[in-house]
Design a binder for this molecule. Structure first.
Ligand code: HAM
Length: 420
């Protein structure tokens, strides 16, 4: 009987060796600056009560209206695979009472997210994000810090061909004043029903409509940035001043619309120049009413999510991938059973002090094993045969240039620590 192969579901991103090393390096580099800034890990479920996203992310968004993986669990509850991280962080902060402790609450996360989008290069149905959230502090300095941390993440992997776009969605008064005029403007356009009902929930969405006729129609629409209250304007000016001071360049894009409805105040997006249609490598902003609509206190917050898959594509496009090219430090080739058990002991000792050690277990001819050693991507190789056991020393071969040094087995650890 011949079984058919089973394939991964359509549109998921996955990383097997050797690409997984580059993926891991990108993911860890992207989030390292957040850890240096005192953000702490939060690990959350990948599925949540559907209401968390429909209420938190917003019914007018594509994410909620078209892209959620929603199903009924065995207890008849409506469950959704998380399409983004912020709503879940809010839920957990409220549920664990973190908002009653020291503020701001500063957390980071990393993991899979799910959106049933049409798959294409850089757009997946399961993708990876790292993100941070800073909750409970309303200060333009933290807005600038959050943006700077994202920027440092991209710089840490060596990206250069990207730009930062920012805008401000202002405070509630600014948005209310703008909304009145924007709705008046939209009422004059001859829109289909679906567009009209999206506009009724969040008229800003129309700026994000990709249809050329809509883009043209929205050219003369009133811009929220022109409606900012004096406080919001001052706040936005301060964020820009801090960014200038940090040497982070940005473009103000008054037409930027983020894909999630919870944003208020400062919002931003990082766009990579070499990625074609799916060029957003990260984005975020302030979400001052989110905690309250999820049943918590009225605390402000700001954060970002960075797309790890897209950052990896960007790093490949720019040719800056530089994870450790060696997958291990030492490759031990034992030539018989006694040598094999010596190799096991040696490897355990070396790994105990952090030296990455592999053993060639196959009983192949020496030539075949040397080939395996070449391919292993190890920095050093030793062969252990009868002679080596009798003399108590081995020949340590450096694979980069073939240099061989004779080393006592008892001193192998010291020699490797010196060499690595
Ligand atoms: P977002 O802009 O929806 O924001 O997603 C953040 C990043 O995730 C995007 O810039 C993109 O790089 C990546 N991404 C999104 N969808 C896909 C996909 N289908 N395939 C591959 N990559 C994708 C958020 O999710 C917010 N929660 C960010 C945030 C945190 N705002 C405040 N705090």
């Amino acid at each position: 009987m011949k079984y058919e192969k089973i394939q991964a579901p359509k549109g998921v991103s996955e990383y097997a060796p050797p690409l997984s090393a580059a993926f891991e390096w990108v993911r860890e580099s992207l989030i390292a600056p957040a850890k240096l800034a005192g953000y702490q890990l939060i690990e959350l479920p990948v599925f949540e009560d559907t209401a968390l996203f429909s209420r938190g992310v917003g019914e007018s968004t594509d994410v909620v209206s078209k892209e959620m993986y929603t199903f009924e669990d065995r207890g008849g509850r409506s469950i959704t695979l998380r399409p983004e991280g912020t709503a879940g962080v809010m839920r957990a902060v409220i549920e664990n009472g973190l908002d009653r402790g020291q503020l701001p609450v500063k957390v980071w996360y990393s993991g899979q997210f799910f959106r049933a989008e049409r798959p294409q290069a850089g757009r997946y149905r399961q993708f990876y994000q790292v993100g941070i959230e800073a909750i409970g502090l309303d200060d333009p300095a933290i807005d600038a810090e959050v943006i700077a941390i994202a920027d440092q993440g991209f710089k840490a992997i060596g990206l250069r061909n990207y730009r930062l776009e920012i805008t401000s969605l202002g405070d509630a008064n600014s948005r209310a004043a703008h909304r009145v005029d924007l709705l008046k403007f939209i009422a004059k356009l001859n829109l289909d029903e679906a567009t009209n009902s999206r506009a009724a929930i969040n008229p800003l969405r129309l700026f994000d409509d990709k249809r050329p006729e809509m883009q043209a129609a929205m050219q003369s629409a009133p811009l929220l940035l022109d409606y900012l209250s004096p406080e919001s304007l001052a706040n936005f000016a301060q964020v820009k001043k801090y960014l200038d001071q940090l040497g982070i360049s940005y473009q103000v894009n008054p037409r930027m619309v983020r894909g999630l409805d919870y944003y208020t105040g400062t919002t931003f997006e990082f766009i990579h120049e070499d990625l074609g249609a799916q060029s957003g490598i990260g984005g975020g902003g302030r979400y001052d009413g989110l905690m309250e609509i999820l049943g918590g206190q009225s605390l402000s917050g700001i954060g970002f999510g960075l797309g790890v898959d897209r950052a990896l594509l960007a790093a490949q496009a720019e040719g800056v991938i530089s994870p450790d090219q060696f997958t291990s430090d030492l490759f031990i080739i034992p030539l018989g059973d006694d040598q094999k058990s010596l190799a096991l002991t040696l490897a355990a000792q070396l790994r105990g002090v952090g030296i990455r050690t592999e053993i060639a277990f196959g009983d192949r001819a020496l030539k075949g094993t040397m080939k395996a050693a070449d391919k292993s991507g190890s920095r050093y190789v030793v062969i252990i045969g009868d002679d080596e056991v009798a003399s108590g020393s081995v020949e340590l071969k450096r694979m980069s240039d073939g240099t061989i040094t004779s080393v006592k087995i008892s001193e192998l650890q010291k020699a490797l620590i010196g060499a690595l």
